[in-house]
Write a protein that binds this ligand. Structure first.
Ligand code: NDP
Length: 309
């Protein structure tokens, strides 16, 4: 490898014997497990790094991955990251300067900001590393099952090079150039936020009327008002009063805010997404950013003096 080669001049690696996963949170932990399982089958190895190292040690014990320092992980052929926001990814990019391997590919599965993606790609290209924005959908259930939907922005040739190696993916779609993956993810989650909030308001109205909510959902889910929130999230998490914290309320508020940013940058008109962003920011503050996203409906409950159960 010529040391002077940088950017797109550096040949793209097509085999990825060493993979690395950065960020073993609710999503990253099981996602990295699928990379480790694939490495075992192919004779490669998967390095895992987490800010809190105990999590990486636990991953190594459970999945046979190798707990690594950030510098060691940065030298892998394929790096996958899954952190809260693009700001944390930028922090990690600062820390790995000088430790990256030219020709490698960095796949960022964070639900990041489309504005960050071109800058992150440009920074990595200076070291001869390709960057793909590749957020995921399907939650912790699909992460464990290895059936996540992955929406990727970047050059098709690079996406095809990594496609067989992203063992946590059930469906992987190139949605456009750098940043398009982050944009699609933000809009998808803004739709989740709208559907969840609207269903919460609708059920609060019915609760105030004394209608039994299980029966109401039974009808709605056989009718035109249904969505994933009425079919799954609300019956499983809200009506049971369990609110299991698998996807943070603060993260959903962040995603809606990114969708709103995109609308404003394009001077578009998206009043529902603007409203819902404000509502989830308020819910995140009042109910708690670390609570499950479905706990946003507790704000509707407070305002209406009714419990959705
Ligand atoms: P978690 O809060 O469970 O995990 C966050 C991870 O980021 C942890 O590994 C944490 O490390 C690490 N981290 C936090 N701050 C820093 C930092 N400053 N530097 C380095 N590492 C840091 O988040 P999720 O796994 O739920 O979400 C990750 C991403 O995936 C988000 O962008 C989210 O929007 C998205 N997403 C989440 C889904 C879900 O259902 N949970 C579904 C689809 C997408 P530590 O252990 O040290 O705290």
């Amino acid at each position: 490898m010529g040391a002077s080669l940088t950017g797109m001049d550096t040949p793209l690696t097509t085999t990825f014997p060493t993979t690395a996963f950065l960020g073993l949170g609710a999503m990253g932990f099981p996602m990295a497990g699928h990379l480790a399982a694939r490495s075992r089958e192919t004779g490669g190895r998967t390095l895992v790094w987490n800010r809190t190292p105990a999590r990486a040690a636990a991953h190594a014990a459970e999945f046979g991955s190798v707990a690594a320092t950030l510098e060691e992980a940065a030298g892998a052929d394929l790096i996958v990251s899954c952190l809260p926001t693009s700001a944390e990814v930028d922090g990690v990019l600062d820390a790995v300067r000088g430790h990256l391997k030219p020709g490698s590919v960095w796949v960022d599965c964070t639900s990041g900001h489309p504005d960050a993606a071109p800058e992150q790609r440009a920074r990595l290209l200076e070291a001869g590393v390709r960057f793909l924005d590749a957020p995921v959908s399907g939650g912790t259930v699909a992460a464990k099952a290895g059936t996540l939907t992955v929406m990727v922005g970047g050059p098709a040739q690079e996406i095809e090079a990594v496609r067989p190696h992203l063992a946590f993916a059930g469906k992987l779609v190139r949605v456009g150039d750098t940043g398009a993956g982050f944009a699609v993810k933000a809009v998808n989650n803004a739709l989740l936020a709208v559907n969840l909030w609207a269903a919460g308001e609708g059920l609060a109205i019915l609760g105030l009327r004394g209608v039994e909510l299980g029966a109401a959902l039974d009808v709605i889910n056989a009718s035109s008002g249904r969505s994933n929130t009425t079919e799954n999230l609300i019956p499983q998490r809200v009506l049971t009063r369990q609110f299991p914290a698998t996807f943070g309320l603060g993260l959903l508020a962040k995603d809606a805010g990114i969708a709103l940013d995109l609308a404003e940058q394009a001077r578009g008109s998206a009043p529902v997404i603007a409203q819902v962003t404000a509502l989830y920011r308020a819910a995140s503050r009042v109910i708690g950013a670390q609570e499950d996203h479905t706990a946003a409906l507790k704000l509707i409950e407070q305002w209406n003096g009714v419990e959705l159960k």
